[in-house]
Design a protein around this ligand. Structure first.
Ligand code: S3P
Length: 464
C-alpha cells in the first residue's frame, strides 16, 4: 500500500443553497481516449503534427508526456489541447533506481510512466509493434502490477521483451518487434492488455487474431477502425487483417463518463428532483455500466446521442433526473457489465451503502490488481463510514440500511476511492475528512470544482 502523501479533502454534507436545477455541468476529457490519442502519434500512419483536443490532463495522462519526449516526440500543452510533433530531439528521462535490475543497452531510451498502468501497457504495445527499442518502467506501485497479461501474447507474436527485474513486472526492455502472424489468447478482461496487443499488431501491419474472455472498453478498436485499420470482430475475438492505418491531424476527446459519474451520483444522492445534464459525454456502451446498472434499478438516467468523434467514439448528453427513491439495490453479476463500470466500483458501492436493500458487485477479481487492491480498499473506505460491507474474492456485498457516519475516511492514495468517499460524504449530515483525498488529481484534477458546481461543499486542504 502506498504511503499517504496527498492533501486531504474536507466535505460538509448537504447541497449549497444557491444551486438550483436544471443544471448543466462540464466535465474533463476521457482518460483512456486521451492516452490512445496521444500514443497514436507513434503509429507509422501518424501525421507529423497531431492535435489532441479536450485531453484529460490528470496525472495519469501527464505521466506519458516525458516518455513521448524521450522517444523524440515533442508535446506542447496549451489548456486542454496537446500539440504533438514527431521528429524532435529526444529528451532523456532520469533513470529511477531499482534494486536487482539487470543492465540494459545504453542506447535504449528509458521511459518512466510513473503510476499509470495504461501509459505503460499501451506504450509497451506500440514499442513492440514499431520495433522502437526502449526500457519501460513505472513507480514503486506500478512495478508491482502485472505486465505478463500483455507481454506473454506479445512474445507469442515474436516480440523480444525482457524483464529487467522481477519476472512479469516492470521494468522491461522491449528489444524486438512482433513479426509472427497468428492467434493469441488473453487470460484477462483488461482492456489495456487487449489494446497493447492490438496496437502492436496495427503498428507492425501484422495479421493477428486475439481471443478475449470479456469485451471490456473498446476505445482502441474504435479508434483504429476510424483510422482505417482493417479490424473484424466476432464473438470473443477481434482480428487485425494486416495493412496500414492513417491517423488524422486532429483527434477530439469526449467527456469522461467515469468522471461524469461523480456529479451524477451526488445529484442522485441528494435527490432534489431536478435535472442534471452533462454534455459531450463518451456514450460508448462499454463505459456506461454505472449509469446502466442504476437505470435498471430504477434511476431516471437517459442518453441523448449527438454524433461520433474523429476517434470513432459516440458522444452525447447524459441526463439524470430526480433521486434514488425507486432504487432498492444494485446488482452486477456479469463480467461485461463489471468491465463497463470497472473504475466506478468504489462509487457504485458507496451509492449501494445508502440503499435499503442488499447489493452485490461481482466478477471483479481484476480489481485486486488496480492502483490498490480495490476490493479491499473500497471495503475499507465504506467501513470507515459505518457501512455493512463484506469483501469476498471477486466482489463486494453491501447490506443497506446501516446508519452511515461522517468523520475521517481513508483514500488509500487511490483516486477512485478518494472521489467515491467524497461523493458519498456530500449526502451525509456533518463533516467528512477524506485523508489523502487530493490524489483525485490522477484522473480528475478539477473534481472539487465540478462537485461544487453541482452544489457540493468540498475543499482541498492546501496546508499539507
Ligand atoms: C483502461 C482500462 C481499465 C481501466 C483503466 C483504464 C484503459 O483497466 O480500469 O482506468 O485505458 O484501457 P484494465 O485494462 O486493467 O481493465
Amino acid at each position: 500500500m502506498p504511503m499517504t502523501s496527498s492533501a486531504d479533502l474536507t466535505v460538509d454534507g448537504g447541497r449549497t443553497a444557491g444551486v438550483s436545477d436544471p443544471l448543466t455541468v462540464t466535465v474533463a476529457g476521457d482518460k483512456s481516449v486521451s492516452h490512445r490519442a496521444l500514443l497514436a502519434a507513434l503509429l507509422p500512419g501518424a501525421p507529423e503534427l497531431l492535435t489532441v483536443r479536450r485531453a484529460n490532463l490528470g496525472g495519469a495522462v501527464r505521466a506519458l508526456l516525458p516518455a513521448m519526449r524521450a522517444l523524440g516526440v515533442a508535446v506542447d500543452v496549451s489548456g486542454d489541447t496537446l500539440v504533438v510533433r514527431r521528429g524532435a530531439a529526444p529528451v532523456p528521462q532520469p533513470v529511477r533506481p531499482h534494486s536487482g535490475v539487470v543492465a540494459w543497452p545504453e542506447d535504449a531510451p528509458y521511459l518512466q510512466t510513473e503510476g499509470s498502468s495504461a501509459a505503460a501497457r499501451l506504450l509497451l504495445g506500440i514499442l513492440a509493434g514499431t520495433g522502437l527499442r526502449a526500457v519501460v518502467d513505472g513507480d514503486e506501485v506500478l512495478r508491482h502490477r502485472p505486465m505478463d497479461w500483455l507481454v506473454d501474447p506479445l512474445r507469442v507474436l515474436g516480440a523480444d521483451i525482457e524483464y529487467l527485474g522481477e519476472p512479469g513486472r516492470l521494468p522491461v526492455l522491449v528489444a524486438g518487434s512482433v513479426h509472427r502472424p497468428g492467434r493469441v489468447d488473453l487470460a484477462v478482461g483488461s482492456a489495456q492488455a487487449r489494446s497493447g496487443v492490438l496496437l502492436a499488431a496495427v503498428a507492425a501491419g501484422l495479421p493477428v487474431a486475439l481471443r478475449h474472455p470479456v469485451r471490456s472498453r473498446d476505445h482502441t478498436e474504435r479508434m483504429l477502425a476510424a483510422f482505417g485499420a482493417r479490424l473484424t470482430e466476432s464473438d470473443g475475438e477481434v482480428a487485425h487483417q494486416g495493412g496500414d492505418c492513417v491517423v488524422p491531424p486532429v483527434v477530439d476527446v469526449p467527456t469522461d463518463p467515469s468522471l461524469a459519474a461523480y456529479p451524477v451520483a451526488a445529484h442522485l444522492l441528494w435527490g432534489h428532483g431536478g435535472e442534471l445534464r452533462v454534455p459531450d459525454v463518451c456514450l460508448n456502451p462499454t463505459r456506461l455500466g454505472f449509469f446502466d446498472v442504476l437505470r435498471t434499478a430504477g434511476a431516471d438516467i437517459s442518453y441523448e446521442g449527438r454524433g461520433t468523434t474523429t476517434g470513432g467514439e459516440p458522444v452525447g448528453t447524459l441526463v439524470a433526473r430526480g433521486g434514488l427513491g425507486r432504487v432498492r439495490r444494485v446488482r452486477v453479476d456479469q463480467p461485461a457489465v463489471l468491465h463497463a463500470l470497472i473504475d466506478e466500483v468504489p462509487l457504485l458501492a458507496a451509492v449501494a451503502a445508502t440503499l435499503p436493500g442488499e447489493s452485490w458487485i461481482g466478477c471483479a477479481e481484476e480489481l485486486r490488481f488496480k492502483e490498490t487492491d480495490r476490493i479491499a480498499t473500497t471495503a475499507g473506505m465504506l467501513d470507515a463510514f459505518g457501512a455493512d460491507v463484506a469483501a469476498v474474492d471477486d466482489g463486494l456485498l453491501i447490506r443497506g440500511g446501516a446508519p452511515l457516519r461522517t468523520g475521517e475516511v481513508p483514500a488509500f492514495e487511490d483516486h477512485r476511492i478518494a472521489m467515491a468517499a467524497a461523493t458519498l460524504a456530500v449526502s451525509l449530515p456533518g463533516r467528512t475528512t477524506v485523508s489523502g483525498g487530493a490524489c483525485h488529481r490522477t484522473s480528475f484534477p478539477d473534481f472539487a470544482d465540478v462537485q461544487r458546481a453541482v452544489g457540493a461543499r468540498i475543499c482541498e486542504d492546501t496546508t499539507s
